[in-house]
Design a protein. Structure first.
Length: 502
C-alpha cells in the first residue's frame, strides 16, 4: 500500500495496488468508522482486485447466470455487500475507487456526491480518449449503449464507502457470468476495447488524483440551504428495520427514487410510500429524479411482496403510487387494483391511499377498473401552476389532471387529494388560482411543499419559501374549504397521509 498525502491537507489517497476484495472491504469499514469519529481526514482508496463478483443490496438486481459453486471452481469469489445497486464484478485491469468522505462536512447530498463521482470518471476517460455519457437514473458511465463504469455507494452517518469502478484493460468475459447491475441486455466495454490502447495503471492514477481534488475539495463553495431546510436521517431501530424489510423484499419506494427528504421521519414511523409498476417512467418531468425509459411489464409477484411488507410492518395505512405507464392500455390501473386486493387478504383492516398518474389516454376506463378496489383516498398531484407545465411536467396536461380528480369524485364520491410544489418560479396569484381550480373539482385534501432539486439534472430551485409563507397558504386553503391540509417546507403528497382531517 502506498500512502500519498496530497498538497490539499483534507484529502489522503491510499494506493492498495492489487488487493483481495474482502480485505479492502474490511479496511473500508474500519476507515469509515474512524472518519465518523473524526479521527482521520477524508480518504480515497485506489485498488485493483483479483477476480470477484459482488452482490448489491437490491436483491432483484443480483442475477447470476451460473452457480456459485461453478464460480468458485473458476477461482472467482462471490461476496455479498450492502452497497447500492446490483451485481457487478472486479478483476485486474479495472480501476476501483473507494472514497471515504464525510458528505456533511462537504455539504453534499448523496445524489450530488454520485454526480461528482461520475464527473470525475467522465473527465478521466476523456483524457484517455473516450467520450462517454450519463444515463438518467442509472449511476455510471456509458459509451453509446455500452457501460464502461459502474457506481455503487453506501452512506452511513454521512460517511461514504464503496464507489466507482472503471474498466481499463480488464478481461470483460467475467461480465458474461451475470446480468450486470440487473439490466437485461446491457453490454460492457473498456478503455482497451474502445481505443485499442493499453494504458499504464500508474499513469491513470496520476491523472485521477487532481480530478478527485477538483471535484471534492478545491475551491468548494457549497450552496447553503436555509436553516429550516436542513434535515438529517435518523439511525434508530425502526428506520433500520423498515429499510431492511424493504430491501429484503425488493420493494421500490418513492422515498428512495425521488430522494424524498422525509424518508427518515416516515421510515422511523414504520411507513413508506410504495412505488409500483417498476422504477422506469415513460415521461421525463423536469422536477423528478425517477429514470425515464422503456419499462418492464408489470411484475406479477409485486402484489404478494407488498402484502408481505405490509404485514411485517403492521401497517394500518398504505400509500401506493406509480410511475407513468403510458405504455399500458389501462395506464397500470389493473395492477393498482391487484395490489390492493392482495394486501387486503393479509391485512383486512388496512386503509389505502392511491396516488395515480393522470391516465392520459384512458381515464374513464382506468377509474372503472379501480372501482373494484374501493375504498381508498384517491390522489393525483397537480404538481405546479399551469404556466410551468411545459418546463416542469413534460407530457402532462393541467386540465387533464383536474379532469381526473373531477371524474374520481363523481364516480366514487370519496375523498380526493392533490399536491403542489412551491419554489419553481410561480407567483402568488398563480398559486391562488390553482387552489381555486382544485376546489372547483371538489378536491378535499391538499399538500403544499417546497420544491427541492432531487438530482443535478433536475430543474433549479428558483426560490426558498419561508415557513411563515407556508402557514399563510395553509390558512388560505382552509378558507377555501379544503378539509385536510399540510403546508410546510418538507410537506410532500404522502407525508403524514394517515393523519385525520385538519
Amino acid at each position: 500500500m502506498i500512502d500519498r498525502q496530497l498538497q490539499n491537507e483534507t484529502l489522503r489517497i491510499l494506493d492498495y495496488g492489487l488487493a483481495d476484495y474482502k480485505t479492502v472491504l474490511e479496511q473500508q469499514l474500519q476507515l469509515c468508522e474512524k472518519r465518523q469519529r473524526g479521527e482521520i481526514p477524508d480518504t480515497v482508496l485506489i485498488v485493483e482486485h483479483p477476480a470477484v463478483i459482488t452482490l448489491g443490496a437490491r436483491q432483484n438486481a443480483n442475477k447470476l447466470l451460473t452457480s456459485r459453486e461453478n464460480l468458485i471452481k473458476r477461482n472467482i469469489d462471490v461476496v455479498d455487500t450492502r452497497r447500492g445497486g446490483g451485481v457487478t464484478a472486479h478483476n485486474p485491469g479495472q480501476l476501483v475507487v473507494y472514497p471515504i468522505l464525510n458528505l456533511q462536512k462537504l455539504n453534499l447530498s448523496v445524489s450530488e456526491y454520485i454526480r461528482k463521482l461520475e464527473e470525475a470518471g467522465l473527465q478521466l476517460l476523456e483524457q484517455l480518449g473516450i467520450r462517454c455519457q450519463r444515463r438518467k437514473g442509472f449511476p455510471g458511465l456509458w459509451v453509446g449503449d455500452k457501460k464502461i463504469a459502474s457506481i455503487g455507494v453506501q452512506v452511513s452517518k454521512f460517511v461514504t464507502r464503496h464507489g466507482l469502478a472503471i474498466n481499463i484493460w480488464n478481461d470483460l468475459s467475467i461480465f458474461d457470468l451475470f446480468v450486470p447491475c440487473g439490466l437485461e441486455g446491457v453490454k460492457i466495454t473498456s478503455v482497451l476495447n474502445e481505443t485499442k490502447k493499453k494504458h499504464s495503471m500508474a499513469d491513470i492514477k496520476k491523472k485521477l488524483s487532481p480530478l478527485l481534488i477538483k471535484h471534492f475539495f478545491a475551491n468548494h463553495e457549497p450552496q447553503k440551504l436555509p436553516r429550516w431546510l436542513r434535515k438529517t436521517l435518523p439511525a434508530d431501530g425502526n428506520y433500520n428495520r423498515t429499510e431492511t424489510i424493504l430491501n429484503s423484499l425488493a420493494i421500490n419506494t418513492i422515498c428512495t427514487h425521488a430522494n424524498c427528504p422525509n424518508r427518515g421521519d416516515c421510515w422511523s414511523r414504520g411507513t413508506a410510500t410504495v412505488l409500483i409498476l417498476g422504477n422506469i417512467c415513460t415521461r421525463n418531468c423536469g422536477f423528478c429524479s425517477v429514470p425515464t425509459g422503456k419499462p418492464q411489464p408489470p411484475d406479477p409477484t409485486e402484489p404478494q411482496r407488498i402484502a408481505q411488507m405490509a404485514k411485517l410492518l403492521s401497517l394500518k395505512y398504505l400509500v401506493l403510487t406509480s410511475v407513468d405507464r403510458d405504455d399500458l392500455p389501462d395506464g397500470g390501473a389493473a395492477h393498482f387494483c391487484n395490489c390492493i386486493k392482495e394486501i387486503r387478504k393479509h391485512c383486512s383492516d388496512i386503509k389505502f391511499e392511491i396516488l395515480t398518474p393522470d391516465f392520459r389516454n384512458c381515464q374513464t376506463e382506468a377509474l372503472e377498473i379501480l372501482r373494484d378496489a374501493l375504498p381508498f383516498v384517491f390522489a393525483h398531484n397537480i404538481e405546479t401552476v399551469p404556466s410551468l407545465y411545459p418546463l416542469a411536467r413534460a407530457g402532462g396536461d393541467y386540465q387533464l389532471s383536474l379532469n381526473l380528480l373531477k371524474l374520481a369524485k363523481e364516480k366514487y364520491g370519496i375523498q380526493t387529494k392533490s399536491s403542489i410544489m412551491l419554489g419553481l418560479g410561480e407567483t402568488d396569484d398563480q398559486v391562488e388560482q390553482t387552489l381555486k381550480d382544485l376546489r372547483k373539482v371538489d378536491c378535499d385534501r391538499l399538500t403544499i411543499g417546497q420544491y427541492l432539486k432531487p438530482s443535478k439534472d433536475s430543474l433549479k430551485v428558483v426560490e426558498y419559501i419561508p415557513p411563515a409563507k407556508f402557514d399563510l397558504w395553509k390558512q388560505r386553503s382552509i378558507e377555501l374549504d379544503f378539509t385536510w391540509v399540510i403546508s410546510a417546507p418538507f410537506a410532500r403528497s404522502s407525508y403524514f397521509a394517515e393523519m385525520p382531517s385538519t
